[in-house]
Structures are given as C-alpha cells and as structure tokens.
Design a protein around this ligand. Structure first.
Ligand code: HEM
Length: 182
C-alpha cells in the first residue's frame, strides 16, 4: 500500500505527487497575484511571507520525494507506451525536477538577497547567505519569473498527456497515480 511496486505507485509517492502538483499551481497563482499588491494592501507582507514559507515546506517535501524515488522501486512503463512516449515521459519528469529546484534556488536568492533569514510561518527560520552576486534580487527575480512560466507550461503539458492516456488511450497511466492499490 505505502511502497511502489513494479506496476503501481504506492501511497507515499501518490501523496507527495499530488501535494506537489496542488502546491505548484497554487504557488504560481499566489506569485502572479502578489507581485501587483500595493503597500496599502493587507496582503502586502502576508502574501510573500506565506509564499516563502510554503516554498520552503515544498522544498522539504520535494527532497523527501526524490529520496523516496531513488530508494524505492520505479513502476515500469505501461506496456502499450511506445519508445518515444517512454522517453518523452522520463525526460519530462527530469525537466520538472530541474525546473522546480531552479525555482527553489532562485526564490531563496531573492528572499535572502539582503542577508535576512526566511521565517517559515514563524515556526523556524532558514538562514540567509551573504549577497553572492551584484543585483542578486533582480537577477534571481528574473530567473524565478521565467522559470515559473516554463514550469507551469511543462506541468500543464504533462497533465494533459496523463489525461490523454486516460481518455483516448484508455490505459492505466493516470489511474495508477490516483487509485489505491491496497
Ligand atoms: C496537472 C496535474 C498533473 C497530473 C494530471 C499529473 C499526472 C501524473 C501521472 C499520471 C504520473 C505518472 C506517470 C507514469 O507513470 O508514467 C505523474 C508522474 C510525475 N509527475 Fe505529475 N501530474 C500533474 C502535475 C505535476 C506537477 C505540477 C509536477 C511537478 C512539479 C509533476 C511531477 C511529476 C513527476 C516528477 C512524476 C514522475 C514520478 C515521480 O517522480 O513522482 N506532476 N504525474
């Protein structure tokens, strides 16, 4: 039930996948909205604080997910998937991981550009580094913005591909990421 098998994703992989998927879309929405907040909005400080806090928690969940993925069985490709589909799917998964880590790193570099730590919901804080490069906040901000658009587009394409497998090909690609395998 908890662990992956050669045919199915276990509960840990499923929970971490859907937690990550929901958070990525929600974080994109919040980030898009909060950059236009004015100083007089009650969310002016609260929204970035939440965005940073959820970002650090999502980083921890993603590290756990990678660890789980590296040390557990990887469900095999579904039999009717062609060679090209198999390659496209594993390349997309790798790209999703690279993009999400680029977002974590650039987000950290924006928030800590002035040397301050990041407070996670006032529970604990993650130390900031000294400024590493000139214009760190602007450069990291630019990377963060563009990579967020690329990640959302890639995640949408990845989601559409999963739905296409379910609706058109009628295979178990999406079902085995959702359904319980007891
Ligand atoms: C639109 C919503 C999404 C749907 C419907 C969806 C669906 C799926 C499905 C069906 C699989 C299993 C593919 C297979 O077995 O070959 C999968 C795997 C995966 N998905 Fe998604 N996904 C969504 C969003 C996301 C997002 C936002 C991310 C990352 C930021 C993501 C990252 C991954 C990764 C890395 C895998 C490989 C397995 C793993 O490492 O856990 N997905 N997804």
């Amino acid at each position: 039930m908890w662990k992956n098998t050669a045919e199915n994703y276990g509960l840990v992989s499923k929970l971490l996948h859907w937690l990550s998927a929901i958070s990525v879309f929600a974080m994109f929405g919040v980030g898009f909205w909060m950059v236009d907040l004015t100083y007089y909005s009650p969310w002016y400080q609260k929204a970035p604080h939440w965005h940073e806090s959820v970002g650090i928690l999502l980083l921890s969940a993603t590290l756990l997910r990678l660890f789980w993925r590296l040390f557990s069985v990887k469900p095999q490709a579904i039999i009717n998937h062609s060679k090209i589909e198999r390659r496209a799917s594993s390349t997309t998964h790798l790209v999703l991981y690279v993009l999400i880590f680029t977002l974590f790193i650039s987000g950290y570099l924006i928030s800590t550009a002035d040397g301050r730590a990041i407070d996670i919901f006032n529970w604990f804080s993650v130390a900031g580094l000294e400024k590493l490069i000139e214009n760190q906040e602007d450069l990291a901000g630019l990377v963060h913005e563009y990579v967020a658009y690329i990640l959302i587009t890639t995640a949408l394409l990845h989601g559409v591909a999963a739905v296409k497998h379910h609706v058109i090909d009628k295979d178990r690609t999406l079902a085995r990421m959702i359904k319980s395998n007891k």
